[in-house]
Design a protein around this ligand. Structure first.
Ligand code: SF4
Length: 327
C-alpha cells in the first residue's frame, strides 16, 4: 500500500494550465498510423434512426486529413491523422469512392452521409475550401450530410464557409455534430477542449438560425467524475442538448486507449463507466419530450463487458438504439 502511494506521488499530476495540460497529454501519446492522404482511413455502412423516426441508411467516410487543432484529454482520433496541412484535391479524391446513387433500392429509406474528419470539417487546414464543390457534387445525392466541428469553427469569419457548404450540398440537409462532451464545467475545462457550455449554446443558436441540424456527442463518465456523477451529468448534458434543439445525441462511454487516460487512471482520476450507467443515460435521453434521437455508442464495447449482466445490458442498449425506446 505504501509502495502504491509512493508510486502515485511520483506520477506527474495532471496540470492546471491549458498549455501545461497540452504538453502533458502530448507526452503520453504513442505513434500514429500511416495513411494514404488521398484515401479515407475507414468507411462503413450502417442503419441509424433518421429524423422521421424510421431507420435510415448511413454511409460513413473517415476522412484522412491534417490533425485537429485541439488536444483534448480523451481524444484518440489523432492516431489516424496527418502532420501536414491537407492538400487541395485530397478530400475530393477521398469522396470519389462514394456510390453515385446511394439510395437503397430494396426498400424506401432515407440516406445520410457522415463525413467524419477527426476534427473540424470547417477548419480549412483539415478540409480545404477548394474541395467543397467536389465534395458537394457527391454529397447532394444524400438526404442529409453530417460533418463534425469544434465550436471555434462555427463563429466569426468561419460562418461564411459553413453557409457556403450548406448552399453547395442543397437540397441535402446539413447537420453539424459538436462534441459537447459534458456540461460539468470543471470537467469540461479539464478535458482541454478549449470550449465552454456558453460557446456550445452560441454555436447551437447559429445553427438553428440557419436551419442547420445539430448533433451532439456526449461522454458518459468523463475523467474526474464518480460513477453516480457520470450518470447525473450525462443526463444534465442531454438536457442542455435538448434545450438547444439537438436533433440527435450520441452517448459515448469514455474509453481509454490514448495514453493520457491510462495515466489518469493510475492517479485514480479515470475509471471506465459501467454499461448500466450508459443505459441509464440512454433511457433518460429517450424519455425527453420531442424528436431528439438518442443512441449509445457500442463500437468496441467488449472491454466494458465483464459479466453476463453486462452482456444483457449491451443487448438492451442495441435494441434501444434501434427503436428509440418505443415498444
Ligand atoms: S476537438 Fe475533437 S478531434 Fe479535436 S482533439 Fe478534441 S475530441 Fe479530438
Amino acid at each position: 500500500m505504501v509502495l502504491l502511494y509512493q508510486a502515485m506521488l511520483s506520477l506527474p499530476l495532471y496540470p492546471d494550465s491549458p498549455t501545461e495540460r497540452t504538453r502533458w497529454i502530448l507526452a503520453r501519446r504513442g505513434p500514429k498510423t500511416s495513411h494514404d492522404p488521398r484515401q479515407p482511413y475507414g468507411s462503413f455502412i450502417e442503419d441509424e434512426p433518421g429524423p422521421d423516426g424510421t431507420l435510415w441508411r448511413c454511409h460513413t467516410l473517415l476522412l484522412t486529413n491534417r490533425e485537429c487543432a485541439f488536444r483534448c484529454l480523451m481524444c484518440d482520433l489523432w492516431q489516424d491523422t496527418l502532420d501536414t496541412t491537407t492538400e487541395s484535391g485530397a478530400i475530393a479524391a477521398q469522396v470519389a469512392s462514394l456510390p453515385p446513387n446511394p439510395r437503397p433500392t430494396e426498400e424506401p429509406m432515407g440516406c445520410a452521409l457522415k463525413l467524419y474528419n477527426a476534427g473540424s470539417f470547417f477548419d480549412p487546414g483539415q478540409v480545404p475550401t477548394a474541395d467543397y464543390q467536389a465534395i458537394a457534387d457527391k454529397a447532394r445525392h444524400f438526404d442529409r450530410v453530417i460533418v463534425e466541428s469544434h465550436t471555434a469553427f462555427l463563429r466569426g469569419k468561419h460562418v461564411e464557409r459553413v453557409l457556403a457548404f450548406q448552399d453547395a450540398i442543397a437540397p441535402a440537409t446539413l447537420e453539424v455534430a459538436i462534441g459537447l462532451e459534458t456540461v460539468h464545467e470543471e470537467a469540461l475545462e479539464k478535458l482541454n477542449k478549449r470550449m465552454t457550455v456558453a460557446d456550445f449554446r452560441h454555436a447551437a443558436a447559429f445553427l438553428a438560425l440557419n436551419q442547420i441540424a445539430l448533433r451532439v456527442f456526449l461522454l458518459v463518465r468523463p475523467p474526474f467524475l464518480t460513477e453516480e456523477e457520470g450518470v447525473e451529468w450525462g443526463c444534465r448534458s442531454l438536457d442542455v442538448a435538448h434545450e438547444c434543439g439537438a436533433t440527435f445525441a450520441a452517448l459515448l462511454p469514455t474509453r481509454a486507449g490514448n495514453g493520457a487516460l491510462e495515466a489518469l487512471a493510475e492517479q485514480g482520476h479515470y475509471t471506465p463507466p459501467k454499461l448500466q450507467s450508459l443505459e441509464a443515460c440512454l433511457r433518460y435521453g429517450q424519455s425527453l419530450e420531442g424528436t431528439m434521437r438518442v443512441t449509445a455508442d457500442l463500437w468496441d464495447i467488449e472491454p466494458f463487458v465483464k459479466s453476463d449482466d453486462d452482456r444483457a445490458c449491451v443487448t438492451r442498449i442495441a435494441e434501444l438504439n434501434q427503436n428509440q425506446g418505443r415498444p
